[in-house]
Design a protein around this ligand. Structure first.
Ligand SMILES: Cc1cc2nc3c(=O)[nH]c(=O)nc-3n(C[C@H](O)[C@H](O)[C@H](O)COP(=O)(O)OP(=O)(O)OC[C@H]3O[C@@H](n4cnc5c(N)ncnc54)[C@H](O)[C@@H]3O)c2cc1C
Length: 434
């Protein structure tokens, strides 16, 4: 057996086949959910593999809490907002649909379970994607790891919704990370929840309270706060007295490296303690509040961007060209949390306009049957910073799942054989705005 200080060659092993799918979705965040739900509703035998014990990714396991405005995203995401609102679990910003809002995380977990199971999806929790089985330009299946060991899932069409593009990279796809020049990526943040806030003493709109920003600046000057962020970002949740705090900032870490993820998580919890102490000491309404939960994993805004047939650029976000293979629309602004310290760059598309996500930006280059439905689609650092929000990623997932199901129905071995006009027609018929 070949081995050294640095390497070990695994002996060959016969693996059990766990299952077989028409459409296999790896990762159950907003992108994976959109993909799996739409694939199943379009008649494909769909498997959804998720490493945690809930669907929703950053929505639920990441305890995000807030969703940016999305007037140009309809379809499955709009259904979810209706489910949340019907259960008094959606706190909407603005009067009309699309205004963004916060949601109750526990209610969201249950709604997502119900939507996934009623769509007929075959779910596997606590199951990690590990590797692909590639044959020429086709991915024939994947290897997953769980308490049962390493097993195989065969599939006709595969959708990478892992956030970091794990499946695409294992399949040999090329990718980029970070901005041009120094490859720096947006900072990580550990979201945390505070309960028992006195909502009557504080405006629901944090940015309308200059005294809070002043107190933060002064605490930083005194050295009581060392978080490298310019202000406090906090959202009132639908549950009385509950707030989601998006304020920690961990710089210079790579979310695809285990050492960085570990160090960032420890540093983030140190920052959480600092921010909690600050809020309790200086902010009216938080005096008796308690830290009720930190996210079980560090929030990673940006890692790999997988090379597909088209790269979406900042120009596409800001001048909004129309694509004949558009599978999702969005209008969230370019939102770059400074990778090097304080400051956040915000650049908006024209008011009322939408940009378009073309099908070709999710077809992984060099592979026939692999789509990306996740924040790691093909885009520049700047375009990624606009596209990445959850509702838009879910809409992209809805496009990807529909495309994969149509490929299965049409007997196509490759995603490039699908006529984009049929894709858009099917999406429209199912309520998407494309
Ligand atoms: C700190 C922070 C704040 C943000 N704020 C907002 C906000 O206010 N509003 C907003 O709309 N968006 C916000 N975003 C952006 C948004 O959360 C993400 O861009 C979005 O969740 C991306 O969706 P996704 O499905 O690609 O990935 P994710 O939500 O990360 O989901 C990926 C899923 O795949 C699973 N997975 C990963 N690898 C594997 C594997 N190998 N095997 C099996 N499963 C795997 C994960 O467990 C996860 O469930 C924020 C992000 C961060 C980090």
């Amino acid at each position: 057996m070949e081995q050294s200080q640095d390497f070990y060659c695994e002996p060959q092993k016969k693996l059990r086949v766990l299952d077989r799918a028409d459409v296999l979705v790896l990762g159950g965040g907003p992108g994976g959910l959109g993909a799996a739900i739409s694939a199943a509703r379009n008649g494909a035998r769909t498997i959804l593999v998720e490493r945690t014990g809930s669907f929703g990714g950053n929505w639920t396991a990441g305890i995000l809490g807030a969703i940016m405005p999305s007037p140009h995203v309809h379809g499955i995401f709009k259904e979810l907002v209706t489910h949340l609102a019907n259960r008094n679990s959606w706190y909407q910003w603005g009067d009309t649909y699309g205004g963004g809002g916060t949601y109750d995380i526990e209610t969201a977990k249950k709604i997502l379970d119900d939507v996934v199971t009623s769509a007929g999806i075959i779910p596997y929790f606590y199951t990690n994607f590990s590797d692909v089985i590639r044959d020429g330009s086709q991915v024939k299946g994947v290897i997953v790891e769980s308490k049962q060991g390493r097993e195989v899932i065969w599939a006709d069409q595969i959708i990478d919704s892992t956030g970091d593009g794990d499946v695409s990279v294992r399949a040999g796809a090329c990718y980029e990370q970070g901005r041009q020049g120094d490859a720096a990526m947006q900072p990580m943040t550990m979201i945390f929840i505070m309960d028992q806030v006195d909502n009557d003493s504080i405006s629901p709109w944090w940015h309308e309270q200059p005294e809070c920003h002043q107190a933060w600046k002064e605490a930083k000057t005194r050295g009581e706060v060392t978080v490298p962020r310019e202000d406090v970002l906090a959202f009132q949740m639908p549950r009385k007295g509950q707030w989601s705090i998006n304020t920690t900032r961990i710089l210079g870490k790579d979310g695809t490296r285990i050492r960085d993820l570990t160090d960032a998580t420890i540093e983030a919890r140190r920052q959480v303690a600092e921010v909690v102490a600050f809020l309790k000491k200086y902010i009216r309404g938080f005096e008796r509040a308690v830290l009720s939960e930190t996210a079980p994993f560090i929030g990673v805004r940006e890692t790999r961007r997988i090379h597909c047939d088209y790269t979406i650029t900042a120009d596409d976000i800001l001048t909004c060209p129309k694509f004949d293979d558009c599978l999702a629309r969005g209008s969230n602004f370019i939102d770059i949390h400074n990778p090097k310290g304080e400051g956040t760059t915000l650049v908006h598309p024209p008011k009322g306009a939408w940009y378009e996500i073309p099908y070709r930006s999710i077809r992984v280059k060099g592979i026939d049957n692999l789509l990306v439905a996740s924040r790691c689609l093909d885009s520049t650092h700047e375009a990624h910073a606009a596209i990445r929000v959850t509702n838009q990623v879910m809409a992209i997932g809805e496009g990807a799942g529909t495309a994969a199901a149509l490929c299965v129905k049409g007997g196509f071995s490759g995603t490039r054989e699908l006529d984009p006009a049929l894709l858009r027609q099917t999406l429209r018929a199912n309520g998407a705005f494309v």
